[in-house]
Design a binder for this molecule. Structure first.
Ligand SMILES: Cc1cc2nc3c(=O)[nH]c(=O)nc-3n(C[C@H](O)[C@H](O)[C@H](O)COP(=O)(O)OP(=O)(O)OC[C@H]3O[C@@H](n4cnc5c(N)ncnc54)[C@H](O)[C@@H]3O)c2cc1C
Length: 379
């Protein structure tokens, strides 16, 4: 069965070749060490920038020049290589700046982000506010030409290396519900009052740096708000979440496909009762189910990519993709672990790492329960 995504082109095939070669040569050999140190090397970011795989889908004048299809290829190649690298989050930050930034903000931050000199992080979650963002307590008080930010954030991807953090704050703590929320971009280098906490020990995705961030009366220029005015933060997040949720679906389906490929190979080689595992009907049936589910997911994700490229991906469909595809990914990988027997539980086996790495996809960027709420409201 040969299937190729309908959005593929010669240009994109060339781009995939470049991305794959770079990831295999520069990331894969270092990944075990990154896992150990809980973050990639900082140079990995500038090397990725030089290769052209960062912010591929922002306009050329800001260092990109491609479309979301280019971004999807980078996500797929990272997923297939099993590399945890926070370029997806980096792109999400760039798209907030691209969509709501002034000309000055875009020119100042986006080209440096595309070179990997500035590394983006997005800081919404707090210890007492994850799904329910109304509960955030971080405040930004206007003081002359500055905002003074106080509070803390947790579970922030690219937290340690990130030096351009898009922070969700309350600019009007008295406003009801989500109305007083704004997004402020913080340049963290040598910033008084800003502190990165410990790297949080996770079950998987060990190479992706995930940290707590502390803001102790941090003063930033008032011009760093993504506006044009205060109080737009929640609607900006709602508008951008389809991008994030689609990106996660793209990585999830590529990981499921890779898990099936690895497992199909394994069951041809592993012998039991005098024959390869593939010769047991249960093995073939389980892999047949996995392949079918992954293909359904692939076709849906491709359809979402096409809709996104046409400017027509709505938040409900993006939520459907995020929920169904990440659930599908985990079902598939769990079956693949089972087919590996005890070796599927050994950390040195890629399938075991995929299992641990993929679990979080059903939790972050809005839990799958919240996705079902979003879909449910549309009914
Ligand atoms: C590895 C990792 C990386 C992350 N990276 C980032 C990042 O870069 N930036 C960032 O801001 N955040 C990040 N997060 C945070 C992530 O987005 C939150 O963990 C997620 O939104 C869930 O919030 P919570 O953990 O507070 O869970 P809670 O909101 O406490 O949810 C607990 C459970 O209750 C359920 N629940 C909550 N509300 C409802 C409801 N209304 N209906 C039904 N069920 C509900 C949830 O679905 C879940 O099952 C990351 C998290 C992880 C684990």
């Amino acid at each position: 069965m040969t299937y190729e995504s309908p959005w593929m082109s010669d240009d994109l095939r060339m781009f995939r070749k470049t991305a794959r070669q770079f990831i295999q040569e520069k990331f894969v050999p270092n990944h075990a060490r990154w896992c150990h140190q809980h973050r990639p090397d900082p140079e990995a970011w500038t090397q990725a920038g030089e290769t052209g795989i960062l912010l591929a889908d922002v306009p050329e004048e800001y260092g990109g020049g491609g479309t979301f299809a280019h971004e999807a290829i980078v996500i797929e190649e990272l997923a297939q290589a099993g590399v945890n690298f926070g370029s997806g989050v980096h792109s999400i930050v760039a798209h907030y700046i691209l969509s709501y930034g002034t000309k000055e903000q875009k020119s100042k931050w986006l080209p440096a982000m595309s070179r990997g000199e500035l590394i983006g992080a997005i800081a919404m979650t707090e210890p007492s506010a994850g799904s329910d963002l109304q509960g955030i307590k971080t405040v930004a008080k206007r003081d002359g030409d500055s905002y003074v930010i106080s509070g803390s954030k947790t579970f922030i991807t690219n937290g340690a290396l990130g030096n351009l953090v898009c922070v969700a704050v309350k600019t009007d703590p008295k406003a009801v519900g989500l109305k007083g929320m704004s997004l402020i971009v913080v340049e963290t280098k040598d910033l008084a009052g800003y502190r990165v906490g410990r790297s949080i020990e996770k079950v998987g995705r060990h190479a992706q740096d995930t940290c707590e961030l502390f803001f102790d009366d941090v003063r930033v220029p008032a011009s760093h708000i993504l506006g044009p005015t205060e109080g737009k933060g929640f609607s900006q997040m709602m508008e951008q979440l389809p991008y994030e949720r689609l990106a996660i679906s793209v990585g999830a389906i590529a990981t499921a496909e890779q898990a099936i490929a690895i497992t199909a190979q394994y069951v041809k080689e592993r012998m039991a009762f005098g024959k390869p595992l593939l010769e047991f009907q249960n093995t073939r049936f389980k892999l047949a189910e996995c392949k079918t589910e992954a293909h359904i997911g692939r076709v849906f994700v491709d359809n979402c990519i096409e809709r996104f490229l046409a400017g027509k991906l709505d938040p409900v469909t993006a939520a459907m993709a995020k929920y169904w595809v990440t659930d599908c990914e985990f079902r598939v990988i769990d079956e693949c672990v089972q087919l590996h027997g005890g070796y599927g539980y050994m950390a040195e086996y890629p399938i075991a790492r995929m299992w641990a790495d993929s679990r979080v996809e059903r939790i972050y960027a809005g839990t799958n329960e919240i996705m079902k709420e979003v879909i449910g409201w549309s009914l």
